[in-house]
Design a protein around this ligand. Structure first.
Ligand code: AMP
Length: 285
């Protein structure tokens, strides 16, 4: 409660992005002056059997959260909500927050809890209004205080912690390319880590774009070597404790990526008990 009060007090009155929604999300039912239930912009709490999954993907920058979360979302039919995408969308909109955000993002730092929760709150409210049910959150929560706030308003069913050998992370961020037309995510890095002293080697082939995207590829402004190193440092300092937060609640599924998509995707489906999902779904239809 103290953390929430502190955050609400710090919430900048100049927030233009649904600052009211942010305050509503901050002022969860744990407050003794809890606002009426219909003020919350988090999805209404529902029994898990009456809604879709509410999952979180954790993992270092470059691990592939976006790739695997978006594939899973397509498979199970839930929205993929990546707070990094919400930040980039806000940046591109050139709204009043964009110059402040661009400075933070381009230094590899974390955006304040107030801003990120405001953006997320608005995204959840928009989704709810459209009848969305469930989600996979990617890139949120990234601090213990974000995890605590989320826990007060939303039941998270499962947290998948994606892991990859550290040597691969920098190369994957530097090799990342995005098509500025279709938004597709690709990677030009070819990763070949030799196994040493009993540790397994790993090969990840590049994920190349189709010919029609080739001339439209862009690189994220925060995917430079210096900024990626800072993002990795911040992950270890601020976000790694979030793993323990969920581990202690019995919600964390650790998943070591064994290689690129062809090796990892079937194993991830197996770990999530989704390997025969398509078959079960068509049998139930
Ligand atoms: P990502 O695409 O997840 O790497 O996020 C890009 C940038 O957006 C990060 O480096 C942060 O500056 C910002 N960001 C995304 N999610 C969060 C979050 N949960 N908390 C704070 N900053 C975030």
């Amino acid at each position: 409660m103290a953390a929430i009060t502190r955050l609400v007090k710090r919430a900048s009155p100049s927030l233009s992005v649904s600052s009211t929604a942010a305050r509503r999300l901050f002022c969860s039912e744990s407050s003794s002056h809890a606002p009426p239930q219909d003020h919350f912009h988090a999805p209404q709490r529902k029994d898990p059997k009456d809604r879709n999954v509410q999952w979180v993907f954790l993992g270092c920058p470059g691990v592939g959260k976006g790739t695997y979360a978006s594939r899973l979302c397509n498979l199970i039919g839930v929205p993929h909500i990546a707070t990094g995408d919400l930040v980039r969308h806000e940046l591109a909109s050139k709204g009043p927050l964009s110059s402040q955000l661009s400075e933070i993002v381009n230094q590899g730092k974390l955006v304040s809890d107030e801003i990120i929760i405001s953006l997320l709150s608005k995204r959840l409210a928009d989704g709810e209004a459209k009848g969305e049910s469930g989600f996979i959150l990617d890139g949120f929560p990234r601090t213990i205080s974000q995890a605590e706030i989320l826990e007060r308003v939303i039941d998270i069913d499962l947290v998948v912690n994606l892991k990859l050998q550290e040597e691969a992370l920098l190369a994957k961020c530097l090799g990342r390319r995005i098509c500025n037309q279709c938004g597709g995510n690709f990677n030009v890095a070819s990763i070949d880590i030799k196994g040493e002293n009993g540790s397994p080697g790993m090969f990840m082939a590049p994920l190349l774009p189709p010919a029609h995207c080739m001339s439209k590829l862009i690189t994220r402004s925060d995917d430079t070597e210096a900024v990626v190193k800072e993002r990795l440092r911040i992950y270890n300092e601020m976000s790694k404790p979030v793993e323990e937060f969920y581990r202690s609640r019995g919600k964390l599924l650790e998943f070591n990526l064994p290689g690129g998509i062809p090796e990892s995707w079937p194993k991830l489906l197996q770990a999530l008990n989704l390997d025969d999902y398509e078959e079960k779904r068509s049998a139930a239809a």
